[in-house]
Write a protein of this length. Structure first.
Length: 209
């Protein structure tokens, strides 16, 4: 089930020298070549609990060869509080977890029955894996970090903006919150048929005329 996929993770990084140069540390190819990435929807705020529960269930059911990595796409964010810099991780896609699976009915049920999992994202009778392009796009984004120069632009709540960079490039959304100190916006974007908050830097959006 994945008709409108715009997120994903992980490594198909190694084809020739160019692929090796772009490889991300710790992102090795899975031992099972049939594994693909799928998007799982969770209760917002329980993404890490879902990952822990799913990893425990994989061990309990002996499915290490059928279910691989479980990813919560995050990026480092630096903010200044009290004159000191603090770096933390923020999620790209609250309420979504990526799971690497060799899909079967049994694997589907094990994942679906994980506490706080509401289902697989998409339409149709069977989950559809992410494309290689989508997987590589999120890998690149994860490894890219937060080193880009930031633009100083004034945005206001309820203002419509267009996203210019990242997995949601060319999407439009409505500003829900503005953080002047961090120079970030919370933009409500329709993803997978539902309004989802996406946190973006000022330089990743532009005003819609």
């Amino acid at each position: 089930m994945a008709d409108e996929n715009k997120i994903a993770e992980q490594a198909q990084a190694g084809e020739g020298q160019e692929g090796a140069e772009n490889a991300v540390p710790g992102m090795e190819r899975p031992a099972n070549p049939n594994m693909k990435w799928y998007i799982v929807h969770t209760y917002s705020g329980f993404e890490r609990k879902v990952r822990e529960s799913l990893e425990s269930r994989v061990r309990a059911f002996g499915l290490e060869d059928k279910i691989g990595r479980v990813l919560i796409p995050t990026e480092p964010v630096t903010e200044v509080r009290g004159g000191k810099k603090y770096t933390s991780e923020r999620m790209f896609y609250p309420g979504y977890v990526l799971v690497e699976m060799d899909m079967s009915d049994h694997v589907w049920h094990v994942v679906k029955a994980t506490p706080r999992v509401t289902g697989f994202v998409g339409t149709g009778q069977q989950p559809t894996p992410l494309s290689a392009d989508e997987v590589n796009q999120i890998v690149y984004r994860v490894s890219e970090g937060k080193d880009k120069p930031k633009l100083k632009v004034k945005f206001e709540k309820n203002e419509q903006v267009k996203i210019t960079e990242g997995p949601f490039a060319n999407f439009t959304g409505v500003v829900d919150d503005v953080n002047e100190d961090r120079e970030t916006l919370k933009v409500m974007v329709t993803i997978f048929g539902r309004a989802t908050p996406v946190e973006l830097e000022f330089g990743q959006v532009e005003k819609v005329a």
